[in-house]
Design a binder for this molecule. Sequence first.
Ligand code: FES
Length: 136
Amino acid sequence: MQRRSFLKLLTSILGLSALGAFIYPLFRYLLPLEKDARAQAVIIPKSSLPVNTTKEVMIGQTPAILINTRDKGVLAFSRVCTHLGCLVKYYPEKQLFICPCHAGVFDLEGNVVSGPPPKPLQKFAVKVLDGNLVIG
Ligand code: FES
């Protein structure tokens, strides 16, 4: 292989790698994670989630949080931030979810309060059946 051909090939490979490194995060940003709708229901005893407590669970492949509020009952949200997929943390004293990656903030309804997230947090249905919570 000629030196010139080798340099052209090397430049092409590096250029494609740089392009991929730019396009992948852009693609992830434009198509936020919401395809995990294959979530399966989770069943836990209602007594295991007293009022004013939280519990982190997996609903299918989705990390989720259950919050038993005094006013609104049991709420269930995906912990996956709708911006780039980091896991949000719930702050009960503020009743807010805050994403540690880019400071996205969501309220107790899952709505975006501030920051870059384009959509609310995914909310799961919660039913009470025979003393159990059925989520998802
Ligand atoms: S990933 Fe949550 S704000 Fe960016």
